[in-house]
Design a protein around this ligand. Structure first.
Ligand code: OSB
Ligand code: MG
Length: 373
């Protein structure tokens, strides 16, 4: 496979409802798509998991566009990849450029997707995935009232989601959790704080132990491992790291320190499929369970997340909900839908371009640029 051209597109796609976390609210999906064309005529797509503002991480759609256009895409233009083993080295070509892993991941994932299209081998097979369906839970944004939360969660349980993840922040945590336990009993329940607490909140965080949660996701700072290790020693509830894990090295150090007992892998956050496979290896060796997180992706990222989740180390339900969770109409057809309640099918996707509705991409597109060497 030889890379002939790379295009960037930016879309503003309407969302069904706003999604609120401890750091802010997202009401529209502002997304960058990367499109790769090969000499043989294959097409690969990916979506970048950056957002408009640097609230989840330092990266934004603006910085990602700049990084991909000016540094990352030119590095892979005209290069050749003949085997999956060679695709594992895309990251090495970008390694001298520091950070910006979301932007790097978008390029890397589009190359894997193009390779699946060119070789007609589904992505999940290329990366060594094994499952034929995957179990999924749902991430529930912060609601205006506890009643509203209970109502939402009830609907999701009816639909069959395998676990409920509730976004929390100081002032919106113990009371909603108590209401959910009262209403729904022993459901698989977890929280995600998106770095809203500090170690000084220890006595408050201890109270979460009373709710029998599957895990507490990223309670402390986005760039911290040391305080998470101190916190984990004080809590019964397993800590799951999301924002703090950018690489397999981070995973190794977090495990060594005892900073978490579970890791949320977002392939778009950590630099791509190759790094995800390395994290998978580190965590399998250490007996650390994984699950696949989400970034409110369109169907493009959703299909890539499904492929990732087929790896055997992803033993806990992920955040990859059906397309209809966020979008009236996804960019792909058929959309991502349950095969049975709480499960997504693993389909043989030979590149997401085969599912993409270009007229919908064009409908929501606000910017486009072809990258030159
Ligand atoms: O922390 O997992 C997170 C959404 C945007 C940014 C960060 C996170 C999330 C979610 C939603 O929890 C996951 C999804 O449904 O895609
Ligand atoms: Mg999270």
């Amino acid at each position: 496979m030889k890379i002939k051209s790379i295009q960037l597109r930016r879309l503003h796609l309407p969302m069904k409802e706003p999604f609120r976390t401890s750091f802010g609210v997202e009401s529209e999906k502002d997304v960058i798509l990367v499109e790769v064309q090969t000499e043989a005529g294959a097409v690969g797509f990916s979506e970048c998991v950056t957002s408009s503002e640097p609230l989840y991480s330092e990266e934004t759609n603006g910085t990602a566009w700049h990084m991909i256009r000016d540094f990352f895409a030119p590095k892979v233009l005209d290069t050749e990849f003949h085997t999956p083993a060679e695709l594992l080295t895309v990251g090495d070509k970008l390694h001298s450029f520091k950070g910006n892993r979301m932007a790097k991941a978008a390029v890397e994932m589009a190359l894997w997707d193009a390779y699946a299209n060119e070789t007609q081998i589904p992505l999940h097979q290329l990366i060594g995935g094994e499952k034929t369906e995957i179990a999924v839970g749902i991430s529930v944004g912060i609601q205006p009232t506890t009643d509203a939360l209970v109502k939402k969660v009830n609907g999701y349980l009816q639909q069959g989601f395998q676990r409920i993840k509730v976004k929390v922040k100081p002032g919106y945590d113990l009371e909603p959790l108590a209401a959910l336990r009262r209403e729904f009993g022993d459901i698989p329940l977890m929280v995600d704080a998106n770095s809203a607490y500090r170690l000084k909140d220890l006595s408050h965080l201890r109270e979460f132990d009373g709710f029998g949660l599957m895990m507490m996701e990223q309670p402390l700072a986005n760039d911290d491992l040391v305080d998470h290790a101190r916190l984990q020693k004080e809590l019964q509830t397993p800590i799951c790291l999301d924002e703090s894990i950018h690489s397999a090295e981070d995973a190794r150090k977090a495990i060594e320190l005892g900073a978490c007992r579970i890791i949320n892998v977002k392939v778009g956050r950590i630099g791509g499929f190759a790094e995800a496979l390395r994290i998978h290896g580190v965590c399998q060796d250490a007996g650390i369970p994984l699950w696949c997180g989400g970034m409110l992706e369109t169907g493009i990222g959703r299909l890539h997340n499904v492929a990732l989740t087929t790896l055997p180390g992803f033993t806990l339900p992920g955040d990859t909900a059906p397309s209809a969770r966020y979008f009236e109409q996804d960019l792909i057809e058929p959309e991502v839908v349950f095969s049975r309640p709480g499960f997504l099918p693993v389909e043989d996707v030979l590149g997401v371009a085969s599912r993409l509705r270009m007229e919908r991409v064009e409908k929501w597109q606000v910017d486009a640029e072809t990258v030159n060497k």
